[in-house]
Design a protein around this ligand. Structure first.
Ligand code: SPD
Length: 347
């Protein structure tokens, strides 16, 4: 696939983001985005900067919980956030987001209506879907024999010390709940306790819980089996053709990350312009092909290559997709999860 090499380019991208803003040098505006790493094609960023005579500054988080904690602690200065849909709901409950002005967003007509019918914000009142993808497992074919395409591959003691899991309770306990045949959004205390027991057993085999180094770690051969996000794994696979990526047979999280504007944003008009820009058909397709994620944007699909459309990870067969679930907002049940996750982390 024609993806930009992100793993090597992340440092350069971060360096670009620390350049002085145009406010100081040329009077142009700065759009500050708080988002996941490797989640915007650098050339798309440059095209937006050129089209709107502005500078885009990227600050990154590596989990929704880290993003929520930073905002809860009072972090400000962001014009645009890119949380997963369940975290958008949490931000909304806290009164941290502002309603979107649809008059400034003509490209909303491109957003996939089938997707929206199941989305947590179907009318896009406070958020616009950006990218969606499953959480997957990936392994090195030359190192992992007889790889069963199941979460239970994490039980394999022969891979001890060569596995990583995401440092994310929704992903790890969610995967364990899928092994139990339960919803990954369960709030049943008994099911959660059993899921934590499974995660504790997995923990004995892993090198670490972490959310970023797994990409270069599996690409370099340091790790043999990692849990990660589909697009990040596809970017890594561009570096190492020995990598295989699969959706575990029990099902997985199929998350969507959304674009939304914080209540305190300074550059609200520019933030709307950015949302509209990345929702245009050609730009959405270009961005998707580069970062390896799928934008729910009907108008963009005809601009995708056959290779990309053929990805069984991003466009899984119906039977596989039926076992996948979006991550839901836990609301006041959150402590049930944090209690079990603490038990896993302290084991
Ligand atoms: N590098 C982009 C990572 C995108 C992750 N999506 C969020 C998944 C939520 N669990």
């Amino acid at each position: 696939m024609n993806r930009r090499r992100f793993i090597a380019s992340s440092a350069a991208f971060a360096a670009l983001s620390t350049l002085p803003s145009c406010k100081k040098s040329g009077g142009a505006q700065t759009l500050t985005i708080f988002t996941w790493s490797d989640y915007l094609k650098p050339e798309v960023k440059e095209k937006f900067e050129k089209a709107h005579n502005c500078r885009v500054v990227i600050d990154t988080f590596d989990s929704n919980e880290a993003m929520l904690a930073k905002l809860d602690a009072g972090a400000s200065g962001y014009d645009l956030l890119v949380p997963s849909s369940y975290a958008v709901q949490a931000l909304k409950r806290k009164g941290l987001l502002q309603p979107l002005d649809h008059a400034l967003l003509p490209n909303l007509k491109n957003i996939d209506a089938t997707y929206l019918s199941k989305a947590l914000d179907p009318k896009m009142e406070i958020s616009v879907p950006y990218m969606t993808a499953p959480t997957c497992l990936s392994y090195l074919a030359s190192k992992v024999s007889d790889a069963k395409h199941s979460w239970t591959i994490l039980d394999r003691a022969d891979l001890k010390g060569r596995i990583t899991l995401l440092d994310d309770m929704r992903e790890v306990l969610g995967a364990a709940l899928k092994v139990l045949g339960q919803s990954l959004n369960s709030t049943d205390p008994e099911q959660l306790a059993k899921a934590a027991d499974i995660a504790i057993a997995w923990k004995k085999n892993i090198a670490k819980f972490e959310n970023e180094q797994y990409k270069s770690g599996i690409a370099s051969g340091e790790f043999f089996l990692v849990q990660g996000y589909a697009g990040d794994l596809m970017q890594a696979a561009d570096e190492n053709e020995d990598m295989r990526i699969f959706i575990p047979e029990e099902g997985t999280a199929f998350s969507c990350d959304d674009l939304c504007i914080p209540k305190e944003a300074k550059n609200t008009a520019l933030a709307h312009q950015f949302i509209d820009f990345v929702s245009g058909p050609e730009i959405a397709a270009e961005n998707m092909e580069s970062i390896g994620y799928r934008a729910p944007n009907s108008a963009a699909y005809s601009h995708l290559t056959e290779d990309f459309r053929g990805s069984e990870v991003l466009f899984p067969p119906d039977a596989v997709f039926a076992k996948c679930e979006p991550i839901a907002d836990l609301g006041d049940k959150l402590p049930l999860w944090t209690k079990e996750w603490d038990r896993v982390k302290n084991s």
